[in-house]
Design a protein around this ligand. Structure first.
Ligand SMILES: NC(=O)c1ccc[n+]([C@@H]2O[C@H](COP(=O)([O-])OP(=O)(O)OC[C@H]3O[C@@H](n4cnc5c(N)ncnc54)[C@H](OP(=O)(O)O)[C@@H]3O)[C@@H](O)[C@H]2O)c1
Length: 133
């Protein structure tokens, strides 16, 4: 059971192509929001999700943007505002989980995890705040 109480609102979900992020995308769209979401690897799933929402009369935009890349995050925010005119909701869902014994854990994996799971939250929030007032 959903309402349309997010009608007129615009959301951006970092990491919305599958899993929990895709569920959030669907729910926000069902509530009436225009929803942009980012993906990296799952292009087919992202396209399918976008099409399923627009096919039901909703507004959706899949944006390829690596959350480890500050420029890509900023572009995702500006592309959302360009497409839908505003930004009201930001969901920082993108995340990775690297697992290995401490002595084998690669520094690159540590840096990548921090970039996607932590740094991207700061960058996206900072960029989104410029449009949220
Ligand atoms: N599931 C759990 O039990 C659990 C528990 C604790 C916390 N979490 C956190 O909850 C969030 C979602 O979990 P999940 O289980 O739904 O994860 P998931 O199934 O692995 O999905 C991750 C999502 O993030 C996207 N993503 C990954 N790396 C990205 C990057 N560099 N830039 C942009 N998007 C990226 C993926 O897109 P592509 O496939 O297109 O790359 C996908 O849409 C994650 O942050 C995870 O750490 C999950």
């Amino acid at each position: 059971m959903t309402t349309q109480h997010l009608s007129g609102k615009v959301a951006l979900i970092q990491g919305g192509s599958r899993g929990i992020g895709a569920a959030i995308v669907k729910r926000l769209a069902a509530e009436g929001a225009a929803v942009a979401f980012t993906y990296v690897s799952s292009a087919a799933k992202a396209k399918e999700l976008q099409n399923s929402i627009t096919g039901n009369g909703g507004k959706a935009l899949a944006i390829k943007a690596d959350s480890a890349d500050a420029g890509a995050i900023r572009h995702a925010v500006s592309a959302t505002v360009e497409a839908f005119g505003r930004l009201d909701i930001l969901v920082n869902n993108a995340g990775v989980l690297a697992i290995a014994p401490l002595e084998d854990f690669k520094l690159e994996d540590f840096d990548q995890t921090l970039a996607i799971n932590v740094r991207s939250v700061f960058i996206a929030s900072q960029e989104a705040a410029k449009h949220m007032g």
